[in-house]
Design a protein around this ligand. Structure first.
Ligand code: FDA
Ligand code: NAD
Length: 427
């Protein structure tokens, strides 16, 4: 049993939706394109899961956040795929890929063949079991990667209303979920191993601001340690978290955000890997010329950083790599090397920040930390390579992005500090 397509997208997340729209704009014909996804819904804007989806009042629900509404573009409902003759194979896991034969084998036993494959398998959340923690399968322990995870989190939050949650991990999921829990009137203790939150990006000074803000909302931080075990009741529910130093934190629920690992296992030994993902060139093409990789799973050269290979885990790079791969497939020869400016953002409570570039080199902070309008520049070998801004407006965010894009030279760091945001606005 089998079906054949010209183009197959393996994975039905953010990149799949943006790639599908781009395919139609580049003239894909009905019947040529197929998307295979383990999830049972059409591609959606995953960032909504830790923001609008968790709101206690008027939460976001599908079909409102199908891709590509996040980029203020068309909203692709299941009807849209049907109208464009795009086959959506949902609720179906691909369990084997044979890149020599150009076939994918699904868990339902179907073989789907392609001429060109786009790998869009994203990543999965790391599990506490992988760090040797027992009892981590309890029903009131939540992760957040998929819509079904989000539904479970909403249910557990409802059952824990007025109670207490422990959040494990001080990264994006930890920070965004802690804010959502507070908004749902659940008291939060955050536990993470680093000295401050968002250690991959924030400087200690920036982290101090957010930690103080969270503390003002009642969040308690336990830093520099990890959990050792769970204390479960006779129903198997977690009642308390035991930390490595023996501290016992009673709780009604637990949210875990301890990082992700890219879904590459189908391709190990078949494709060249790098940075934990699948290595691609400036056309998003892998070491097999019929196979492209995009989004969280792709490790691509960043021209702006001298061609250094990066694997980014953010929605903007998912959208842009998807569009670029389709362009390279449909218009080979016309598509230039991918030239991406790394862009990350987050929104929590009433706060909102954006970051462009790379956080390496010396840091110069500026602005009004007390008034929640501040930022930082990262300067490496005399040029601004990274820029962060909290509380900016559209023009200001565009200005800091431009500074990085143009690799503006800086001679005097003290002068840069004095100029602050004006330095970017005047470029
Ligand atoms: P994505 O994970 O979206 O999709 C992968 C798809 O492949 C899934 O549908 C999966 O089921 C499917 N799949 C995997 N293996 C398969 C197999 N073998 N067979 C079939 N299907 C398979 N970023 C940001 O910049 N700003 C933000 O605010 C946020 N917020 C945010 C919130 C939450 C809760 C999460 C989890 C993530 C974010 N992100 C984010 C990150 C962003 O969502 C992420 O970078 C993109 O979703 C990556 O898109 P991909 O398409 O690569 O993977
Ligand atoms: P992360 O890498 O941002 O943070 C992981 C955190 O886990 C670390 O900061 C550390 O504190 C903690 N940690 C690691 N190992 C641990 C352990 N053994 N015990 C306790 N804590 C441990 O990953 P995440 O927060 O899980 O986010 C998952 C993915 O979702 C990432 O790819 C992220 O980029 C993406 N995401 C992005 C956004 C955004 O861009 N606004 C929002 C949500 C999620």
């Amino acid at each position: 049993m089998g079906r054949a397509f010209v183009y197959v997208i393996l994975g039905g997340g953010v990149t799949a939706g943006y790639a599908a729209l781009e395919f139609t704009r580049k003239g894909v014909q009905p019947g040529e394109l197929c998307i295979i996804s383990e999830e049972s819904v059409a591609p959606y804007e995953r960032p909504a899961l830790s923001k609008g989806y968790l709101l206690p009042e008027a939460p976001a629900r599908l079909p409102a956040f199908h891709t590509c509404v996040g980029a203020i573009d068309e909203r692709l409902t299941p009807k849209w795929y049907k109208e464009h003759g795009i086959e959506l194979v949902l609720g179906t896991r691909v369990k084997a890929a044979d890149l020599r034969r150009k076939t994918l084998l699904t868990a339902t036993g179907e073989t789907i063949s392609y001429k060109t494959l786009i790998i869009a398998t994203g990543a999965r959340a790391l599990k506490l079991e992988e760090f040797g923690i027992r009892g981590a399968g309890a029903e009131n322990i939540c992760y957040l990667r998929s819509l079904s995870d989000a539904n479970k989190l909403v249910d557990v939050m409802k059952a824990s209303s007025g109670g207490h949650a422990v959040v494990i991990g001080g990264g994006y999921i930890g920070m965004e979920c802690a804010a959502a829990l507070v908004t749902n009137r659940i008291r939060v203790t955050m536990v993470f191993p680093e000295a401050h939150c968002m250690a991959r990006l924030f400087t200690p000074k920036i982290a101090d601001f957010y930690e103080e803000y969270y503390e003002s909302k009642g969040v308690n931080f336990i830093k520099g340690t990890v959990l050792a075990s769970f204390e479960n009741n006779s129903d198997g529910k977690v009642m308390a978290v035991i930390l490595r130093d023996g501290t016992r934190v009673p709780t009604d629920m637990v949210v875990v955000g301890i990082g992700i690992t890219p879904n590459t296992s189908l391709f190990e030994g078949q494709l060249t890997m790098d940075k934990g993902g699948i290595k691609v060139n400036g056309q998003m093409q892998t070491s097999n010329s019929s196979v492209y990789a995009v989004g969280d799973v792709a490790a691509f050269p960043v021209k702006l950083f001298g061609g250094g290979v990066r694997r980014l885990e953010h929605v903007d790079s998912a959208r842009q790599t998807a569009r670029h791969a389709v362009s390279a497939i449909m218009e080979p020869g016309k598509t230039r090397e991918f030239d991406y400016l790394p862009f990350f953002y987050s929104r929590v409570f009433g706060l909102s920040w954006q970051f462009y570039g790379d956080n390496r080199g010396e840091v110069v902070h500026y602005g009004d930390f007390a008034g929640a309008r501040f930022g930082a520049y990262w300067v490496d070998r005399g040029r601004v390579v990274g820029a962060f801004l909290e509380g900016g407006d559209r023009e200001e965010y565009e200005a800091i992005a431009k500074v990085i894009r143009l690799k503006i030279e800086v001679k005097d760091l003290a002068e840069l500090e004095t100029q602050g945001l004006n330095f970017a606005v005047q470029v």
